[in-house]
Design a protein around this ligand. Structure first.
Ligand code: GAP
Length: 570
């Protein structure tokens, strides 16, 4: 069973003290704020344009302040307004758990996946890629354990017919402080600590009023999720739908989407949309070994769609029913003393990758799975977490899976998925380290991370400080005026030249300050302005940096090398 299902979210919140995740062992990484990791370009400024330097003075970025205030609704609305992400099938009132990426979102997504691929596949000699089919022979899922075990605990509301994930509903008795009498139960959906307590207090107030104890003090809430309640307790827990005790006991719900392959619609044609890309790697292990001349240790990477019939898709693209994963299976020799250094190295490499694409380090943390939180076959699993506006949650998992998968597929297929070590002349089934990251979840984290606010010219500015390597639009080319033909021609020539390398935009409408704001809002890292001096005097242009709003003036023929260094780092 994939490890993430086993993370016990037994969360005990109290009104007193730190309202924290009780069982978490995560610690927040050092608070050094992550900004650009890119080296500064070497081209020197000739001079700054008068218009720009005088009008554009900025205060330090108030990213943290802006982020602390931000709500998920703000992020969702920004994504829709700017063409990053839309609800799927919106003209038909949407479809829960599915999303569409718009013009900017599809660029952002492509950049994120390209960065991952370059970082982990192309720039390493020990990792190769594959692109397997989404639908595998269904026996794959029998062997992997998904058919029997890939499920979430679900409860139904008998009255409203609404369905909830039992491990995402938290209940607590409402006990009067003075006399210790329990007047009922509250039941709230998982959210950040503050919101959960707020919702619970509201329900408790009602219960106190109903039992003629209005205003009396109550004991702190001791929350537990609904997988941990007895039948007797369930008989008193109000359903979030009906407000009455109408919930069933939890039962398992398999998350795999089923389909039929071929003309027959009977049991013999049943197949599944893959719930993870990992199994496509394991079933191709022998093909890759036989064709790529890789020697242990080596990895196979895959990026692609995965589908899970989530009971409660929540928090925008954080948990959806159709999403993409970027996964690596890194095969290593067996042995109790072998896997740990590899596991640690992959945790460090994964964190380093997240930093290179601009994820704020101060918002990242670790969650080390231990005991019950660990899948039965796993040696270890560490999640890299991110502080989303709805709480600190898993962003990426790095698991040491032993030889569970290759052994299961050996048994299921009858084909031995082993490795022959030419030096020791030994044959064995390799063990594996699995870094696994959701593309969409990373995109949400990157948007949150980039959400920034400051003041320019005494005016509030909201912008997205995307790292240039993932920014959907890299450069905005701005001719100072649109009615001077030689100026527009020079700008257009530059625009077309830049188009050969990057996704760039042309903007000739409105005052230059307004055009800067438009570019800032969608996270364009550089604006290039072509002005009268460009054509009449120095043949140079002004390049403005989004985050610092500083401007440099450089010759036309140095624009590409300059931007190349700033965007691609070389
Ligand atoms: N092969 C291991 C595996 O699939 P997982 O923890 O179930 O492990 C790995 O998923 C990553 O995929 C998660 O850390 C998350 O980033 C992403 N992910 C999982 N379920 C998701 C969902 N319903 N929506 C969006 N991303 C999801």
């Amino acid at each position: 069973m994939p490890s993430y299902r086993n993370v016990a979210l037994a969360m005990f919140l109290t009104l007193h003290g730190a309202l924290g995740f009780g069982l978490r062992t995560s610690s927040l990484a050092s608070s050094a704020s992550l900004r650009r990791t890119m080296s500064k370009a070497t081209t020197t400024a000739i001079y700054s344009t008068a218009e720009a330097t005088e009008s554009e003075k900025k205060t330090p970025i108030k990213n943290e302040e802006a982020y602390n205030k931000v709500k998920m609704e703000d992020i969702v609305s920004l994504c829709k307004r700017r063409g990053i992400i839309f609800p799927s099938s919106e003209i038909y009132n949407g479809f829960a758990g599915f999303f569409d990426y718009g013009p900017l979102g599809s660029e952002l997504k492509k950049n994120v996946k390209d960065n991952f691929w370059r970082h982990f596949v192309q720039r390493r000699e020990d990792v190769v890629g594959i692109d397997s089919s989404i639908i595998h022979n269904p026996t794959t899922w029998q062997s992997s354990g998904h058919l029997d075990g890939f499920s979430d605990p679900m409860v139904d509301c008998k009255e409203t017919k609404l369905r909830y994930r039992a491990d995402q509903l938290f209940c607590a008795p409402v006990t009067v402080e003075e006399c210790g009498t329990t007047v009922g139960f509250v039941c709230v959906l998982e959210a950040n600590d503050e919101d959960m307590v707020k919702a619970a207090k509201k329900q408790a107030k009602k219960l106190l009023k109903e039992s003629d104890r209005k205003g009396q003090a109550i004991q702190p809430f001791a929350f537990k999720d609904l997988t941990q309640v007895s039948e007797e307790e369930m008989g008193q827990i109000p359903s979030p739908g009906s407000g009455k005790p109408t919930l069933t006991m939890p039962r398992d719900f398999n998350l795999m989407f089923q389909t039929n392959v071929g003309a027959m619609q009977d049991g013999s044609s049943v197949a599944y949309l893959r719930p993870e890309t990992a199994q496509g790697i394991f079933i191709n292990y022998k093909n890759v070994i036989g064709t790529s001349r890789q020697k242990l240790p080596f990895g196979i990477a895959q990026i692609g769609k995965a589908f899970r019939n989530e009971i409660t898709p929540r928090n925008f693209i954080f948990r959806s029913r159709e999403f993409e994963q970027m996964e690596i299976e890194y095969f290593i020799p067996p042995g109790d003393d072998v896997w740990q250094p590899f596991h640690e190295k992959w945790i460090a490499d994964s964190k380093a990758f997240l930093e290179t694409v601009g994820l704020r380090e101060d918002l990242m943390g670790y969650d080390v799975h231990e005991g019950d939180g660990l899948a039965h076959y796993a040696r270890a699993c560490t999640d890299i977490t991110f502080k989303f506006p709805f709480g600190e949650q898993e962003l990426m998992g790095i698991a040491a899976r032993g030889n569970f998968d290759l052994t299961s597929h050996t048994e299921g297929s009858g084909k031995t998925l082993d490795y022959f070590d030419e030096e020791t002349k030994e044959k064995f089934i390799p063990h594996v380290i699995e870094p696994s990251l959701g593309v969409d979840r990373l995109i949400l984290a990157l948007i949150c991370s980039a959400y920034a606010e400051d003041e320019v010219n005494g005016e509030k500015r909201n912008y997205l400080s995307f790292h240039p390597s993932i920014a959907p639009v890299k450069v905005s080319v701005l001719p100072l005026v649109k009615n001077k033909e030689p100026l527009v021609k020079a700008a257009r020539e530059l625009f077309e030249k830049l188009q050969m390398r990057w996704n760039v935009q042309w903007d000739q409408t409105g005052a230059i300050g307004r055009r800067y704001r438009r570019a800032d809002e969608i996270g364009v890292p550089f604006c290039v302005t072509v002005d009268f001096e460009t054509i009449e005097d120095d043949g140079a242009v002004t390049i403005r940096d989004r985050d610092t709003t500083e401007q440099v003036r450089i010759p036309m023929d140095e624009v590409v090398p300059y931007l190349s260094k700033m965007i691609d780092g070389y």
